[in-house]
Design a protein around this ligand. Structure first.
Ligand SMILES: Cc1cc2nc3c(=O)[nH]c(=O)nc-3n(C[C@H](O)[C@H](O)[C@H](O)COP(=O)(O)O)c2cc1C
Length: 324
């Protein structure tokens, strides 16, 4: 069980906050939201933090499946403790599928690439495949047609301006990207573009340029999509996070890059604009930029993780070290 929690540290998270805490106890693994690592101003409902926890949960499930375990999953198992997001229980041994093995390998390869994109649009069959993966994970992925991409670009610009004008937002967010935190926390400068990228939909404004070399290419071949769900509560954000992990692993295997863009979700008025774009399909949880990888492209810098022995929460709560 502790191996699954260790594997889950590779999950993507908002500004690499890794806002989760695991409790390993015998054949059970409990996932909690770590509010001390969530944003009070940017993410007051913790929707993006819970979404990140959902991605970690899916990583843990993949790891257990690749070890040949069928697990029983209870989401939000304790209504009295809403920060207790999930409980996983080992059920029985099952044959390991090729997909589980492949996904576990991909966990170590998946990463966020913020560079301008390749010039080849994504193949229609591959897009259909990733939409199917999201659906199987209990969420939806709406691919934006060109006119809606322009609407998204306006909304992203509006969100970015609203956030830049808010000093409390800036103070909170400036801590995580770049700068000098302990290794394994926040986004390193090596993963932040060294100049403004040429985009239709503005990427995240980290308040400074980093060290990641980027070209002057325009991301005109990118596909933009909205990850959505039927409702807008914690259980839906958790599911959306599981779907994010599932789609990102598959996209990586298909040679695509995925870049989450959360500014329009963080600001209520722009989140509402996205809801209109969904035209009744559901509630928006995250915007994704999907692009083809260039075969000749060098890999983008990786974002280091908290070391296992840095993860106090994992150590403190590991109750039965003898168990899987
Ligand atoms: C819910 C969520 C929202 C995110 N929003 C953004 C974003 O707006 N801009 C961005 O550049 N990266 C965003 N990311 C990517 C994270 O910064 C990234 O996952 C984290 O830094 C760890 O790096 P890795 O994905 O390369 O492992 C987001 C990730 C998640 C899970």
């Amino acid at each position: 069980m502790s191996d699954a929690a260790t594997m889950a540290v590779h999950a993507p998270s908002i500004h690499h906050t890794q806002p989760w805490r695991w409790r390993v106890s015998g054949a059970e693994l409990d996932l909690y939201l770590d509010r001390s690592r969530a944003f009070d101003v940017t993410d007051p409902d913790s929707r993006l933090a819970i979404l990140s926890c959902g991605a970690a949960l899916h990583h843990a499930l993949v790891s257990l499946a690749a070890d040949g375990w069928h697990t029983v999953l209870a989401r939000m198992p304790d209504p009295q403790h809403p920060d207790h997001l999930a409980r996983l229980r080992l059920d029985r041994r099952v044959p390991v599928s090729l997909e589980a093995r492949r996904h576990r390998q991909t966990i170590g390869l998946r990463h966020t690439d913020r560079r301008p994109t390749g010039s080849t649009p994504i193949d229609a069959d591959e897009l259909t495949a990733v939409v199917g993966v999201v659906k199987s994970a209990g969420a939806g992925l709406h691919i934006l047609p060109p006119d809606q991409v322009l609407e998204l670009a306006c909304a992203a610009d509006q969100a970015q301006r609203a956030e830049n004008e808010d000093l409390t937002w800036q103070t909170e967010v400036n801590y995580w990207p770049g700068g000098t935190r302990p290794p394994g926390h926040g986004i390193p400068d090596a993963a932040i573009p060294d100049r403004a990228t040429r985009t239709t939909v503005p990427g995240s404004d980290f308040g400074h340029h980093g060290d990641l070399p980027v070209s002057a290419a325009h991301e005109s071949a990118a596909t933009f999509a909205i990850l959505y769900g039927p409702e807008d509560g914690a259980a839906d954000w958790l599911r959306a996070g599981e779907a994010l992990s599932a789609v990102w692993l598959t996209a990586t295997e298909l040679g695509m890059s995925v870049l989450p863009l959360s500014a329009t979700i963080e600001v209520a008025v722009t989140r509402n604009r996205l809801r209109h774009l969904l035209a009744g399909l559901g509630h928006p949880h995250l915007v994704l930029r999907l692009t083809t990888g260039e075969p000749a492209r060098t890999a983008a810098a990786r974002t280091p993780r908290r070391l296992a022995d840095q993860d106090r929460s994992l150590r403190m709560h590991r109750i039965s070290p003898g168990h899987p």
